[in-house]
Each structure stands twice: as C-alpha cells, then as structure tokens.
Design a protein around this ligand. Structure first.
Ligand code: ATP
Length: 530
C-alpha cells in the first residue's frame, strides 16, 4: 500500500537522510531544502531516467543546459515581468500573508475573514549583477528553465541541422518567491525542472500534444507510478495561461494532499518563439506575441518544402523534480507486517493508544485543530491495528504529541513490536534506488568474511553505473531492515560457506527470498534485473 500521509514520507526523509531543511543550524530558510546522501542519489537517478527516455531513446531530441541568469529582457518579452504574479492577500488581524486562491477567504492562521483585496505579487527573485547597484543592474533568477531553450532555438537549430519536428530537453534549477511555501517538497522556492520544448509544424500541434501525453504517462509508469494513480486534468479555457492553447495537467494522488499537479503538458502555439523574435509583422504569428524591439534574431525555421520561414508551434512537457521525487517515494512506500504480533502485545498497544487519545481529548492546552488532528489520526490507527502499528511513530511525531504524558508509555509499548514484526520498505524500481546492492559479512570480526565482502563490493561497483555499499554495522536481520527502508533491491551476504565454495546469498527486497549464487555472478545478476 502506498504512503497514506505526507508525514510518513517527511519522517522517512529525515530519519534516513534523504532531505534536510536548508541551513538548518541557523533555523532554516522557508521553502528551501537540501538533498542528503540518499536523496541526491534518488534524485539523480530520476533525472537520468528522464534524460535517457527523452533524449537518448528518441532520435528527435537534443539536450541543453542554459544559465540560470539571463538578460532581463528575456523576462520582459516572455511576459513574466507583467504576468508572473500570484494574488496576495494580507490578514488584517494577525498580519500573515497568503495566496488568495489557496485559502477560500479565511485566514488559515487565525481564522479571520478580515482580509485585504488580492493584489498581484510578482514571484521572480531579483539579484544584483556587477559591482554597481543601480536601477538597471539587476537580473532575475529564472522562474522556469523553458526560456533558456527558446532563446537558444536558433543556436541549436543552426548547429544540429535538425528538421521539424524536433525537441530540446533541459534539466535545471528554477526559483519562485512563492507566497506560502508548504507541504514539504511540493511547493518550494528553489526547485528543479525537467522540461522539453518540442517544435512542430503549425497545424500538427494537436496530434503531437496527444502523443506527448501518452509518452509522458508511459515514462511515469516506467518509474513506478501507474496510470491509475494519475488524473489527467484538461485545463478549462478560462484557467489557461496566456500562451497556452490547451494544457493537460498530470495530477498525482499525493498522500494527505490528494490529486495535485506533478507535470504540465502545454500546447504553447507560436507565442514564445514569436515573442522573442524581431520583425514580428513579417512572421504571420497566430499568437498575440509581445511586440519586440530589442531582439536581434528571428526565431524561425526554413521549411524546404514550402520554401518559407515559419515560426514552429511548441509542445511543452514540464515536470518538477521534487514533486516527482515525492510521488515516487509515496508510491514505493510500504509498511508491511512481516509476522503477526502475539495478541497480548496488540492488546497492550491498543490500551496504550486509547489512553493516549483520552489524554489528548482532555488536554486544554492544545489548540483545537492540533487536538482534532491527533485524535483523527489516532482513531484511524486504532481502527486498523495491528497492521497500522508502525504509524504510531508518525502520530507521536505530530505537533502537540510531545505534550501528552501518556505518549511515552505508548511509544514504550509500540516500539518493540514495530521493530520485531514490521518493516518499512520502499519498493523502488531498481534503476531508481539510491543504492542497488549492499554487501554484508556474516560476522564483522572475522577477517576472511570481511575481506571477501569488501572485495566483492569493489568488484560489483567497478564499471557499474549504480551504487554498491559495504556494511557491517549490525546483525544481518537489522541490516536487511535498514536497506529495505531505503529501497535497496539486493542484499548480498558473505558467510562461512562462501569461504569454502565461493558462493554468496542474494536476498530480494520485495519477496525477502534468498538465492545462493557464485560471487562472480552477482554483478550480472543485479545488473540484469533493472
Ligand atoms: P502550481 O499551479 O502548482 O503553482 P504551476 O502550474 O505554476 O504550478 P508550472 O509553471 O507549470 O507550475 O511548472 C511546471 C512544473 O514545475 C510543475 O508541474 C511542478 O512540478 C513544478 N513546480 C512549479 N512550481 C513549483 C514549486 N513552487 N515547487 C516545486 N515544484 C514546482
């Protein structure tokens, strides 16, 4: 079963070092996160899978890596200076600030409806360029990677000799001064995008839009997100961005949040290339492009058949790396009961949980929302015991739980059975797993076992594109659990039989079954399986 709450993922990411709050020792920076040792591996694997599918496995794509800082005129003619705004409201009572379309007329902080009228707030960050800070010496941090592709259209076309249709792919950082960053990695101020601008002959855009929708859904499936978990939102005309003819938003069913956008696939007409071109009156544009007196180029394509210069139409599949990372984790997450705990231990936990919920209900110091959230979650866990027992850890990490005295007793009763009878496992596709193989010696103080395990790790690692680690910091059972929790598909154990006949055991993360094979075959075994 996928994750049921966002808190389960937040807690895993913190516990195992996938994601850290940025500059945490100074109190952090809202809406900014750092990728820890396992997070950077998973993120890089997601990006390489996207790049492989969209650049290497097609013969109509090129890659690009444009700079984050660009001439600010880019953002004037793209329309961002004028229109990249969110509606901002202030709460007159508690002085907090909100995005109007996210709060339904009521302040989420104090409940007041005494709000200011919404006013536009531009989300682009500014920075000073060069030593003299005057009114003209600023640049924006890009709010999307797309514009780097559009302004390079002519360069790529001239150097690659591409014919339409073809596309340009780019992965890189984008920055948005979101009014209320929230929901962990879902809405942040610094994030990465994986974007494609696919250039087509005018008139063929609808067909290509549908094809990209199918191609993108197939990629999501290949990284472990089944189609059934994504809703396609055909954005109604009155919600479309000014450049878009039609947009499909892919909405993943996130735990806690429900269906939210993970990728947008927009049909952007000739708006972008047209807006960045000079001599627009000669281009027969269909879009209402921004009149441009500064560009030095016409971003057109010479069509040998009609012998005319045309402005291609554009299909843009654009996905956020962080939102993808969250979806992949949510889908892979599983808390499994490996063996049923004995009834008396389940009773003890049930009693402790009931007592905890009673104390929560009686506690006057907790804010009503905090109390309700704890009770609601606790009741759901109670109803699902014993299967839901591991969720008690997340319950106890919720705001307010630390103020409940009986929480300690509950933790005391639950921790033992959780460790003994349950496991958290990430069923990640092997090509995404931060670590593909972990090698253990059966005993860490046995020289022969340690030497063979270390050598085997080096042999598996050498020349492969995935990560292999050695670990001897616990008993084998514990090491298996730790690797399960971070999604390592294969654990290899070197035991006494290995010293005699050169075979080792390979344990499969999902089935927990072991096979015994020659150590020399492990690399091929784990490589061949994804
Ligand atoms: P939203 O409506 O959620 O603000 P958007 O429609 O503005 O998103 P796009 O401009 O279409 O988003 O950006 C493309 C992709 O970039 C989104 O599908 C999302 O995955 C990602 N993205 C956009 N804004 C953020 C953000 N603040 N934090 C994390 N990812 C983001």
């Amino acid at each position: 079963m996928p994750a049921t709450t966002l808190d389960q993922l937040v807690s895993l990411c913190k516990r195992r070092g996938f994601v850290f709050p940025s500059s945490e020792i100074y109190g952090g920076l809202q809406g900014v996160f750092d990728w820890g040792p396992l997070g950077v591996e998973l993120k890089n694997n997601i990006i390489s899978s996207w790049w492989r599918t969209n650049v290497y496995e097609r013969d109509d794509m090129e890659g690009l890596d444009a700079a984050i800082l660009m001439n600010r005129l880019t953002w004037r003619y793209s329309g961002h200076e004028e229109t990249f705004n969110d509606p901002l409201v202030d709460c007159r009572d508690c002085k907090s600030r909100w995005r109007a379309d996210h709060i339904k007329g009521r302040c989420p902080n104090c409940g007041s409806t005494n709000l200011t009228e919404p006013r536009p707030f531009n989300m682009m960050f500014k920075t000073a360029v060069g030593p003299v800070a005057d009114a003209d010496s600023f640049a924006y941090l890009r709010p999307e990677t797309a514009q780097g592709i559009f302004v390079n259209f002519g360069n790529v076309l001239a150097t690659s000799n591409r014919k339409l249709p073809f596309g340009i792919a780019q992965v890189g950082k984008a920055f948005r001064n979101e009014i209320n960053p929230r929901n962990f990695l879902f809405r942040v101020r610094e994030f990465e995008q994986m974007e494609i601008e696919y250039f087509v002959m005018p008139g063929t855009e609808d067909e290509w839009h549908q094809r990209w929708l199918e191609d993108r859904l197939a990629w999501w499936e290949s990284i472990g997100i089944p189609r059934a978990r994504i809703k396609i939102y055909d954005v109604p005309p009155d919600e479309l961005a000014h450049y878009s003819k039609r947009t499909f938003d892919l909405m993943y069913d996130y735990p806690t949040l429900g269906h939210e956008e993970v990728e947008g696939i927009a049909s952007r007409t000739d708006y972008d290339l047209g807006s960045h071109s000079r001599d627009q009156e000669t281009l027969n544009l269909t879009a209402r492009a921004n009149p441009n007196r500064d560009s030095t180029a016409r971003l057109t394509y010479y069509d040998p058949e009609s012998r005319r210069h045309i402005v291609p139409f554009v299909i843009e599949p654009s996905a956020g790396v962080g939102r993808c990372f969250l979806a992949v984790l949510a889908e892979a997450y599983d808390e499994q009961m490996v063996k049923a705990p004995p009834p008396e231990r389940v009773h003890a936990v049930t009693d402790a949980l009931e007592a905890f919920l009673k104390s929560v209900g009686r506690n006057e110091k907790l804010a009503p929302e905090t109390r309700d959230a704890l009770v609601e979650r606790g009741q759901a866990i109670l109803a699902g015991l014993p299967e839901t027992m591991p969720q008690i850890e997340t319950l106890l990490a919720m705001p307010g739980a630390d103020q409940i005295e009986t929480g300690k007793k509950l933790r005391g009763q639950a921790q033992g059975p959780i460790d003994e009878y349950f496991r958290t496992v990430l069923h990640l596709k092997p090509h995404l797993a931060p670590i593909r193989v972990a090698v253990f010696p059966l005993k860490r103080n046995h020289e022969g076992l340690v030497a063979m395990a270390r050598e085997l790790r080096t042999a598996i690692q050498s020349g492969s594109f995935f990560r292999t680690v050695y670990d001897d910091t616990g008993a084998i059972g514990k090491l298996y659990r730790r690797q399960d929790e971070i999604g390592t598909p294969y654990c290899v154990t070197v035991d006494f039989q290995s010293l005699e006949d050169g075979t080792v055991t390979v344990r499969d993360r999902d089935t927990m079954q072991q096979v015994r094979i020659p150590a020399s075959e492990v690399r091929a075994y784990v490589t061949g399986r994804g």
